[in-house]
Design a protein around this ligand. Structure first.
Ligand code: C5P
Length: 326
């Protein structure tokens, strides 16, 4: 009898990036409770690694940055990603050991949980040889969270809808960042809720109209095409920033310190509290990071550059060949 040789993978590691939002325009609340968005996602070189292995029972462990703050049960988005992939690929009940090595701070506005979920989707797709296409993975990703589809693709991309409908953005060059991590995390839902309350108060006081549908910043897109960080810096915007600043007023000092030390642009990343500082080049990013550390305006600082790719397999150990009946 002729046997087909099919490679089986025992352990897979996938690396997925953090993101910053170069623009985050938040519109009105939709019928489903989410806000309609136009955002420009940008993946940066700060990565979580997720390793998956075949197991009799699903387990999840977390090491690294903020590990103690991460749930290790079904509420973890990575666990949900594995379950969703098992179901979608007809392997309901398949078990997996998930190990997350975190570098992206938890509840930091950098989509670390989304990166872990995206990495888990790609890793389990490989581990189980499930064969889901990129668009099938993207569809599953959107059911897990608004930022998960972007963590799959990375690069620089425009997100619409609730952030999950992506189109690649034409961006030239490499952008260098200093990232200032806060002492306390911020919940994304809480930041959006605070934005709604701030807006309602301003509308009631006659200071502002009801929010309209958000629009893409064409000046920002042109600046990104030019590849010139001097042009991009002043065009960075985040509608969630007032909410993050109202929840953590000390972030004003962090932003001011970065600007004073030469950042071309200074914004709260997503729902915060991480502050992202765009630098002219890698050396200036290092200078800003050193200055922020010296100023004592944040818990810790990292440097990163972007754009970088989304979730990719980085290592496969114990790869061997199984004999399968034809
Ligand atoms: O999609 P995700 O689970 O990451 O969203 C977390 C929370 O952020 C949502 O429960 C919602 O409160 C808020 N959100 C929103 N509008 C979006 C994205 C997120 O209101 N477009």
């Amino acid at each position: 009898m002729i046997s087909a040789i099919r490679p089986a993978t025992a352990v897979v590691t996938v690396r997925a990036p953090a993101k910053v939002n170069l623009q985050l325009a938040v519109g009105p609340v939709r019928a489903d409770g989410y806000h309609s968005l136009v955002t420009v996602f940008h993946a940066v070189s700060l990565f979580d690694d997720v390793t998956v292995a075949r197991a009799d029972k699903t387990t999840l462990t977390v090491t690294g940055e903020d590990a103690a703050a991460v749930p290790t049960n079904r509420s973890n988005l990575a666990w949900q990603a594995a379950s969703a992939l098992a179901k979608a690929s007809g392997q309901r009940g398949a078990s997996v050991r998930i190990e997350i090595r975190k570098r992206i701070p938890v509840a930091g506005g950098l989509a670390g949980g989304s990166a872990d979920a995206a990495a888990t989707l790609v890793a389990c797709n490989e581990l189980w040889q499930a064969g889901l296409s990129a668009s099938e993975l993207a569809e599953l990703a959107a059911t897990l969270g608004s930022d998960v589809p972007f963590a799959l693709v990375g690069g620089t991309a425009v997100g619409r809808g609730r952030g999950d409908q992506l189109t690649p953005a034409l961006a030239a060059g490499t952008y260098h960042w200093a990232l200032a991590f806060g002492h306390e995390g911020l919940s994304t839902g809480h930041a959006y809720g605070t934005l709604d309350r701030l807006r309602d108060a301003r509308v009631a006081a006659g200071e502002q109209a009801e929010p309209g549908e958000p629009e893409l910043s064409h000046p920002l897109m042109a600046a990104l095409r030019s590849g010139d960080p001097e042009k991009v810096g002043p065009l960075l915007t985040n509608d969630l920033q007032p909410a993050a600043l109202s929840l953590q007023p000390s972030l004003r000092r962090t932003l001011t310190a970065g600007r004073e030390h030469g950042a071309l642009g200074a914004i709260v990343s997503g729902s915060g509290p991480t502050c992202a500082f765009l630098a002219r080049d890698a050396a200036r990013a290092r200078d800003i990071a050193v200055a922020l550390t010296g100023a004592g305006v944040c818990r810790t600082v990292a440097r990163a550059s972007g754009p970088v790719p989304g979730a990719v397999v980085v290592r496969e150990r114990d790869r061997h060949r199984d004999r399968q009946p034809s």
